[in-house]
Design a protein around this ligand. Structure first.
Ligand code: NAD
Length: 488
């Protein structure tokens, strides 16, 4: 059974409940994850609260030294981390390496906190009066992660929270906690003072305890839309700042002037990369015009049939399994629902996979997708290409904006004017122009809109300073006393 990390110590859980962590490519049970308790959350929050008293006083240039050490340790353990991601999540080693790299980039960016966190100062806002604004840490923050990027998503938050002088309690996904256990070994080696970064394993009880604990100042959450909404509502009702990133339904529009082979390759990779388990994964490929639709379909069908699936540790494998049997069954159910509602099955990814160990599906391609179909509305989170067609660019934009989600969208075109119109008119907050997975890097903000994001302040980038600090303004007037100076 894996352990919690509280107040600088590895501690065995007090919980009687746990879940198995299978390797999704083989079904082999790798470990057990405890489902932690409210009491364990209370201990972690108490340790973080105590550590905050001194950590907030450590000068930012000294705080960042721990991050420089952590960055070096993560580079040394880079391959080990990537292999762990593949083993517990299933994505290919190439994809896993990419996600570890993104995690390291967050640590690198947090090293810039002395500059990023600086406040403002203005002389003579009125005669003889000056004003200064400082960004101050607030206390204990919670970070709650989803299963799909075990090495990356927690890093979207905690390095910035800790570098700004706060202390943290992290709850990894109970489905993929092993990478974070390794990360915490590195955090321990980097020498962060005890209590500054804590980890409690578990599921919804731990989440609810964090969202209601009176000493937690804010919550950074990533997961599905219903849970994101629940975390936002619960956390804010308990007086906390909350940033809750939710699910997605990402449409990729192809205009007739697009470079077709590149558009098909990029759209296909966006949809099946990480077996479709990405919040930025494309889902619907919406072609404008019959000819565009026909060309894109032909090119995508070839790619879908050629994709090699298997254990992500095998270097010839292009796509790994889904996270669980339940996830596989859900995606299969969605495929069937589309067929039942009149979609045409062009490539059936359900064929020949049930005799494999693990939770595999091959890429599936469905055409004739209409906006009202269940599969066009729900997040699939699996390797399913949904081909749809419309007559005009404006109709395509309407399709994108009709969705309750607003995470990301992509336009394939060679027209700058079309690209500008698209970025200007569509709702989602992360836009790709000829880019299939437009993931903002550490120094830009990350997050969607509508049902893909609940809160005001997004993840990483400059926003993180706003989220993790309180701005304190002092207005000063110092009366000059010439006589005092004359005496001294
Ligand atoms: P999930 O919502 O099932 O779980 C996320 C976290 O919430 C986990 O730590 C889990 O333990 C906890 N949780 C689950 N059910 C809960 C409940 N009823 N009450 C309280 N806590 C609960 O999500 P997931 O399946 O792990 O991750 C996939 C989802 O995350 C997808 O919808 C995906 O789009 C989304 N996601 C979004 C982004 C983004 O940037 N918007 C990034 C990654 C993943």
């Amino acid at each position: 059974m894996i352990k919690n990390f509280i107040n600088g110590q590895w501690v065995a859980t007090e919980s009687m409940q746990s879940v198995d962590i299978p390797n999704p490519a083989t079904g082999e049970i790798l470990e057990k994850c405890p489902l932690g308790t409210e009491a364990e959350v209370a201990k972690a929050v108490a340790a973080a609260k105590e550590a905050f008293k001194t950590w907030r006083q450590v000068p930012p240039v000294d705080r960042t030294q721990y991050f420089f050490k952590l960055k070096a340790l993560m580079e040394e353990s880079f391959e080990e981390l990537a292999v762990l991601v593949t083993k517990e999540h299933g994505k290919t080693l190439v994809e896993a390496r990419g996600s570890v790299r993104r995690g390291i980039q967050m640590v690198e960016t947090a090293c810039g906190i002395p500059t990023l966190m600086m406040g403002e100062h203005f002389e003579d806002i009125a005669a003889g009066i000056d004003c200064k604004a400082v960004n101050r840490p607030m206390g204990v923050f919670a970070v709650i992660a989803p299963f799909n990027f075990p090495a990356m998503v927690p890093f979207w938050f905690w390095p910035f929270g800790v570098a700004t002088g706060n202390t943290i309690v992290i709850k990894p996904s109970e489905r993929v906690p092993l990478t974070q256990v390794k990360v915490f070994e590195l955090i321990e080696k980097a020498g962060f003072p005890k209590g500054v970064i804590n980890m409690v394993h578990g599921g919804k009880d731990v989440v609810n305890a964090l969202c209601t604990h009176p000493d937690v100042k804010g919550v950074s959450f990533v997961g599905s839309t219903p849970v994101a909404k629940h975390v936002y509502v619960t956390g804010t009702a308990h007086g906390k700042r909350v940033q809750a990133l939710g699910g997605a339904k990402n449409v990729m529009v192809v205009l007739p002037d697009a470079v077709m082979d590149k558009a098909a390759a990029t759209a296909f990779e966006s949809i099946v990369g990480c077996a479709g388990e990405r919040c930025l994964a494309g889902s619907v490929v919406l072609a404008v015009g019959k000819e565009t639709s026909k060309t894109i379909a032909e090119m995508i069908i070839v790619r879908a049939k050629e994709t090699t699936i298997g254990n992500g540790l095998d270097k010839n494998v292009q796509m790994g399994p889904l996270i669980s049997q339940a996830a596989k069954d859900r995606v299969k159910g969605l495929i069937q629902s589309a067929i039942d509602e009149g979609a045409t099955l062009l490539v059936d990814g359900r064929e020949g996979v049930d005799q494999m160990p693990g939770y595999f599906l091959k890429p599936t391609v469905l055409s004739g997708i209409k906006k009202h179909m269940r599969i066009a509305k729900e997040e699939v989170f699996g390797p399913v290409v949904l081909l749809a067609e419309c007559n005009t660019f404006d109709e395509a934009i309407e399709w994108v904006n009709d969705s309750p989600f607003g995470n990301t969208t992509t336009l394939f075109t060679t027209s700058g004017a079309a690209a500008r119109k698209y970025s200007y008119e569509v709702d989602p907050s992360m836009i790709g122009i000829n880019i299939g997975v437009p993931a903002p890097m550490a120094f830009f903000s990350f997050g969607g809109t509508k049902d893909s994001f609940f809160g005001d302040v997004k993840a990483h980038g400059k926003s993180c300073i706003t989220f993790y600090t309180d701005t304190k303004v002092t207005v000063e007037r110092w009366v000059s006393d010439a006589n005092v100076w004359a005496k001294s």
